[in-house]
Design a protein. Structure first.
Length: 278
């Protein structure tokens, strides 16, 4: 009997991950709620305070906000939460009896990693899309003084609607790759958070830092969405988004696929040597 193809194994992996996480697990009781609550709470909390200050009699403390600055916290929190969730989930499922079972059920181990990327990436993409709609539709209606110019149908709003979900999906691939490279799941999460929130922002402090920072993957991805930032995209907006996707794919191949190929080649060589000696 022939073994199932890669596409079948990936489909089974997605179905298995859905079954494993359904119910009161970490994904649906903690990660996904945080994905929604954090950006909404910060976005609308800041909007409420700013609107109040802007409407004080005879005083103007803040400037009006345009569409390009309306969804910053969605990208800041939602993408990171789902990325580290993917990394932690992949790291924990490769340990102990669960890892042994996964090896037995999915002889092509890279298909499990790809299935998790698809699964968590899809959740991240859908979640961010919903958040973008909620934020850009609600802000101008609830806070018209400062956010009246926010328009989901203008060029900036439409660009957010497709670039941010793509960014979120690709970021989960980075999470899976780091979760594969670093055996301790908590350490993988720490590395990802340090990379996103500290390392890339601090690059400009190094000698020739601005030149190096121009290749920072996450900064390129955020700038590619159209978000107004001080960082200038190295390859243009569409090129910078493609650059981030290529980084995610490259990391995934280097962390997940290549080690399997190396072990397989080493095993074949060992078998050949043994047969020659015999």
């Amino acid at each position: 009997m022939s073994s199932p193809g890669a596409a079948t194994l990936v489909y089974r992996g997605v179905a298995a991950e859905w079954t494993r996480t359904t119910g009161r697990g970490f994904l649906w009781t903690v990660a996904v709620p945080l994905t929604f609550v954090l950006p909404l709470a910060v976005t609308f909390g800041i909007a409420a305070v700013a609107e109040r200050l802007a409407t004080l009699p005879g005083q103007r403390f803040v400037a009006p906000v345009s569409t390009v600055n309306s969804v910053y916290w969605v990208m800041t929190f939602s993408v990171s939460v789902m990325m580290v969730t993917a990394a932690y989930a992949h790291g924990t499922q490769r340990r102990g009896r669960t890892g042994d079972l996964g090896t037995f059920l999915f002889p092509r181990l890279w298909t499990v990693a790809l299935a998790r990327w698809i699964y968590y990436g899809a959740i991240a993409a859908i979640s961010t899309l919903v958040l973008l709609v909620v934020v850009m539709v609600t802000l101008p209606h609830q806070f018209p003084e400062l956010y009246g110019a926010v328009d989901i149908t203008d060029s900036a709003g439409i660009r957010f609607l497709w670039t941010v979900p793509v960014y979120a999906f690709a970021a989960c691939g980075v999470g899976i790759a780091v979760g594969s490279l670093i055996r301790a799941p908590s350490a993988a999460v720490a590395v990802l958070l340090f990379w996103v929130y500290v390392a890339e922002s601090a690059m400009n402090l190094l000698p020739h830092g601005f030149t190096v920072q121009a290749y920072a993957p996450f900064l390129n991805a955020v700038a590619a969405t159209g978000q107004q930032v001080a960082f200038q995209p190295r390859f243009g907006r569409n090129g910078s988004l493609l650059y981030f996707i290529l980084v995610a794919v490259t990391l995934f191949i280097a962390a997940v696929v290549l080690p399997i190929l190396i072990r397989r080649v080493s095993g074949l060589r060992g078998t050949t040597v043994t047969r020659i000696k015999q």
